[in-house]
Design a protein around this ligand. Structure first.
Ligand SMILES: [Fe+2]
Ligand SMILES: [Fe+2]
Length: 258
């Protein structure tokens, strides 16, 4: 089967990148299952229920979030209703929503979950390693896919190596910059440190450069205007997995600029 993982979809340009590329990719590559990070889909910060539903209409199967899970607070009341929307598992007890979802596909159970890193930020989170271990022990599944949302490349690589052979696909999100390190690890896990961003190419990780220049040069707080000029990029990873052996047979980094 062919699985497409899509990096952080950012604002209007991110949605355009999905419209322009996703149907074509699904058709050309015979993609069976799509996981997309939607933490920036609503004006660069957070997600609305309407955009979650829109992603399902674009044939996305599971939507993951991140540190911006609740940046658009309207989503809080829809977290239970949005069956295929997940936020990091390792948020503290009492956080709305869930950290994993199991989907039946072609007689197989696919469990998609998300954890968030703690290096540089997010000190109030539970341990992502122990949170992942708990899901692997408690949720029996044929395939496991994990979105590791985090800033530090080292933490993501350590997570990949620690769960090599236990999680079928581990891909990073959050930095909005695609890494060139996709590889199959020694025990069979498909690993990539960051999928990159699906959205405006010419901003500062999605934002109008002028806003960021002002903050960096003066230290003043600024509002982050999503960039809606220039080139648009679509970033992700396409993975082909043998349905019987669960071995990765092929993979391609997707980086489309238009
Ligand atoms: Fe993030
Ligand atoms: Fe993001």
């Amino acid at each position: 089967m062919r699985i497409l993982l899509i990096g952080d979809i950012f604002g209007e340009y991110g949605r355009k990148a999905i419209e322009n590329n996703l149907p074509k990719l699904i058709q050309e590559h015979g993609i069976n299952f799509v996981v997309a990070n939607g933490e920036n889909i609503a004006h660069g910060k957070g997600i609305t229920f309407k955009y979650y539903q829109w992603l399902l209409e674009q044939h996305v199967n599971v939507v993951t979030l991140g540190n911006h899970s609740f940046s658009n607070r309207t989503i809080v009341e829809h977290m239970d209703e949005a069956k295929n929307l997940i936020r990091p598992l390792n948020y503290g007890l009492g956080t709305p929503g869930k950290g994993y979802v199991t989907i039946n596909y072609n007689g197989k159970k696919i469990t998609v979950f998300q954890v968030m890193g703690r290096t540089f930020d997010n000190n109030s989170l539970d341990c992502p390693f122990r949170a992942a271990e708990k899901v692997l022990n408690e949720v029996k599944s044929d395939l496991y896919i994990c979105d590791f949302h985090g800033e530090a490349t080292s933490e993501k690589i350590a997570f990949g190596l620690y769960f090599d052979g236990k999680i079928d696909i581990i891909v990073g999100t959050h930095t909005h910059v695609q890494t060139n390190d996709a590889r199959v690890l020694r025990n069979g896990t498909m690993y990539m440190t960051d999928l990159g961003m699906t959205g405006p190419l010419e901003g500062v990780i999605g934002v109008e450069p002028e806003d960021i220049f002002h903050r960096l040069l003066t230290g003043m707080p600024v509002k982050h205007t999503p960039m809606t000029k220039g080139k648009i990029q679509f970033c992700g990873l396409l993975v082909e997995i043998n349905e019987t052996t669960h071995k990765v047979t092929k993979y391609d980094i997707i980086n489309i600029v238009e």
